[in-house]
Design a protein around this ligand. Structure first.
Ligand code: GLN
Length: 304
């Protein structure tokens, strides 16, 4: 497959679209990002790497990091985590509170904010230094080892993080947060502040296209059965209330973040990462979604 040609053609098909949508300005630091940025990078299991546009520039990966916190918690705790968080699409926005009361504080899945907060709580219970250990786990997976927290973004989100605070305290009231909610929120804001480029991300997530095994070290990062399940949750829940649309139009497991990044993967083949900061009304990158739709249309390959 000539990925360079396909990426260029997919890019051409979106480059003249009106750059619709909004920056994630509810996080003040993210309102300062240049909305015209656009980058894409693909990495394959066979060792092919190709980037286009702003693919080497770091951005705030936000909820894409929730896949990594889930991988670490799942690998360490195993199937027990499913008593604390579900695996069903929520059909609601990423920061919604509405289902939690009926669901007794058990979030529908680990990729909505409520579920990611519970995963952070699990990691705090399991790990001595959750922040350092998570970063070590992430950078151990990739060859570039460039992923870092952004204290500035974490502080910015924390300064206005009332919705996430509400979610965390509400879940605590049902007993599904074990630790101090402020400690959980601190870790959550750090998690969301992680920064990396499209190149970093496409290399980083290769282990999930490779049955859970790092292509760089040969290490089993998560068991193969767990990689399958993480990919399936990305497929059904990776884009919040737009997960069905993403499956319909793109046909790959993937995960978005409000920094405008998206990763998507074809098992046994590749990971593609795209970044365009303006978001559609569901909180997913407007151009990123359009680009990936064009990409799998032109390549004529998807999991379906
Ligand atoms: N940090 C963001 C929030 O909690 C993450 C949301 C996202 O990327 N979808 O609102």
């Amino acid at each position: 497959m000539d990925f360079e040609d396909i990426i260029k053609r997919a890019y051409q098909s979106v480059e003249n679209l009106e750059n619709k949508g909004q920056l994630a300005s509810y996080i003040p630091e993210l309102a300062r990002v240049d909305p015209t940025k656009f980058g894409v990078h693909i990495s394959t299991l066979k060792g092919y790497h190709y980037g286009f546009g702003d693919f080497a520039e770091k951005f705030s990966i936000q909820s894409i990091a929730k896949v990594l916190s889930l991988a670490l918690a799942y690998e360490r705790l195993g199937g027990e985590i499913w008593s604390r968080v579900g695996v069903e699409p929520s059909g609601t926005g990423y920061n919604s509170l509405v289902q939690l009361e009926n669901d007794n504080g058990i979030p529908r899945n680990p990729f909505i904010n409520a579920g990611a907060l519970v995963i952070c709580d699990i990691l705090i219970t399991l790990l001595d230094n959750p922040k350092e250990e998570l970063l070590g786990y992430i950078n151990n997976v990739c060859s570039l080892k460039n992923i870092q927290y952004s204290p500035k973004i974490a502080a910015s989100e924390k300064s206005v993080g009332y919705r996430n605070m509400s979610l965390c305290y509400f879940i605590k009231s049902f007993g599904n947060i074990e630790n101090d909610p402020d400690e959980v929120l601190d870790f959550y804001f750090d998690l969301c502040s992680l920064e990396g480029s499209c190149q970093d991300l496409s290399e980083l997530f290769l282990f999930l296209a490779n049955g859970g095994k790092s292509v760089f070290t040969g290490e089993q990062i998560v068991a193969t059965i767990k990689a399958k399940r993480i990919n399936s949750i990305m497929q059904t829940c990776g884009f919040y209330d737009e997960s069905g649309q993403f499956a319909f139009k793109v046909g790959l497991p993937g995960k978005s973040g409000v920094g405008g990044g998206i990763i998507a993967l074809l098992p046994q083949d590749y990971v593609i990462a795209v970044w365009s900061p303006k978001l559609n009304e569901k909180g997913n990158s407007y151009k990123g979604m359009k680009f990936l739709e064009a990409f799998t249309t032109l390549s004529e390959v998807s999991i379906f």
